[in-house]
Write a protein that binds this ligand. Structure first.
Ligand code: SF4
Length: 224
């Protein structure tokens, strides 16, 4: 049985990417070896034994912290039902969720009528149900020195690329030319940290290339 380390679980609105505006339950998994300097969930990077706690504590978490609990897919579904969540879109994020085998979790949510979306850095193989929407947000040349793997790019329904400078667009070009990306794969540029110059660059490039712009609307709205 797969056990997942959970940092947070809460109901909100998906703030970015193709599902922007869709009510969603976020399941944030603990641990990530990628090491992005600008990561806004650094509290998920490690899973130290002293930070292990119960699902009750995790579900009531009001502020970011490195506490986590261990749970099976059945435990997570039970908690989803207990909390009375109404959102049917489930965002499995992290941390890096693809360090886990997500088959059990995605199938369990689908069995109760939910749709799953995974947000991954593209550095691990995606192990999830075929109906799971996979959003790859490639994290190129980060501190953890993990390469973006072809199978993750090929599995992507959406490639949502974080952009700070023109070099990030070059990196994306190199990635998408490396594999035969399906025509149906959505490509979106997302400015890092709402920076003005990055936002302008994303807008100009999206218009030229007919790509999508992804804005982290939850940060403007100050919601989780
Ligand atoms: S992959 Fe995501 S969680 Fe991991 S360091 Fe980068 S931004 Fe943070």
């Amino acid at each position: 049985m797969t056990l997942y380390k959970i940092n947070e679980m809460f109901e909100t609105i998906q703030g970015e990417g193709v599902f922007t505006g869709v009510p969603a339950v976020f399941v944030r998994l603990q641990q990530c070896p990628v090491g992005c300097a600008w990561c806004d969930t650094k509290q998920t990077w490690d899973a130290t034994p002293q930070d292990e706690t119960t699902f009750d504590v995790i579900i009531q978490k009001a502020q970011d912290n490195p506490q986590w609990c261990q749970a099976s897919a059945d435990d997570i579904i039970q908690r989803y039902q207990q909390e009375g969540y109404t959102a049917r879109h489930i965002v499995i994020t992290g941390g890096e969720p693809c360090i886990y085998d997500l088959h059990a979790l995605t199938h369990a949510f689908e069995a109760i009528g939910c749709r799953c979306q995974i947000e991954t850095s593209g550095t691990f193989e995606v192990k999830a149900s075929v109906d799971t929407w996979v959003t790859v947000s490639p994290k190129v040349a980060m501190k953890g020195k993990l390469p973006i793997i072809d199978s993750a790019l090929l599995r992507a329904n959406e490639i949502k690329h974080p952009v700070a400078t023109a070099k990030d667009i070059d990196n994306l070009d190199a990635l998408v030319s490396r594999v035969d990306i399906a025509n149906s794969t959505e490509i979106a540029l997302q400015p890092i940290s709402q920076k003005g110059r990055a936002t302008e660059l994303c807008i100009e490039t999206c218009i030229k290339r007919n790509w999508r712009l992804s804005i982290q609307t939850h940060k403007y709205l100050s919601i989780a």
